[in-house]
Design a protein around this ligand. Sequence first.
Ligand code: SF4
Length: 348
Amino acid sequence: MESIYNFTLETLTQHLQTQDCPHPKTAAIRIFHHLYRERKVGPLTEGQISKKAINYLAKSTSFDLAKTISVQESKDFTVKFLIEFCDGERVETVLIPFPGRYAVCISTQVGCAMRCSFCFTGTQGLKRHLTSGEILTQYLIAWEWLECYRPRKAAQPKIVLMGQGEPLHNFEEVKKALLIFVSEQGMQLGTRRITLSTAGYLPGLKRFGELPLINIALSLHSPFNSIRSQIIPLNKSYPLEDILATIDSIPFKGNRAINFEYVLIDGLNNREEDARELAKILLGKKGIINLIPFNGFPGAVYERPSEERMAAFQGILSSLGIHATIRTTKGSDIFAACGQLKHLLEGS
Ligand code: SF4
């Protein structure tokens, strides 16, 4: 059975129309309000939509949310969920604390095909894409938990598509989920509250204009193609100059923010020449630059730089007119920090 969370308003209307359910558009809107505004789990009852629609949905669709297998809480209030879908595949979703409200870091694939060498998920390879419903339900599960256990911080969380997977490699399903996140009849989340992170998957990046006006975070990680290809093998197919030219062509409408992410790996991309070249390619660009200390994982070959070396890197950028912030690591004690997501499979 198809999950109800996989439907957009249009496809749900069409789904009801195929069986001549009365007032299909109105019924689809009621179902959307029930699922996304009231955040109720389970089917609607008579009085909310017609009996014919209820019976048809009971035969053709599932209203089940994914299963929460475990919840781990970090000492810094980061929360990591292990979520299982109906075929038994699992992903991790993380609630990241910020002053005033949380952000939900959502996965878009089971595993990831990009195999970035600083990332635990990359060691897993791609198992499958997530459906739009599986992307949405991670958010619903995390928000529900927040309301139960941290009610004072339960304002509608922001979204970062930075969990397991390369979101632009699963373009159609991510696009469908985003449309529901921002839609008037769906979750009504402001586009400025959503950030999509990409390693630079060019075919998807070229279609970025098809998405709502969300923020983008590009994983840069080196200004040199030779080093960037070691960190992000995808760079061999889509080199940095093509990525940056495509990013430059994305319109800044609606105050969209562009973030450049740079994971600092000791001895590999944190030398003086790296900082100088990075400043050269970023000078004049509008984006925010985040320096992210490398987070270790079992089997990792890289080291995190010392605080002094990170500050020195930041200082060189600053002296060349580039303002960059060093991101505070959150959730590393529960393996929920950047690059650490991968549920430990048997034998892995
Ligand atoms: S960093 Fe992102 S794109 Fe790269 S392997 Fe990890 S999940 Fe995939």
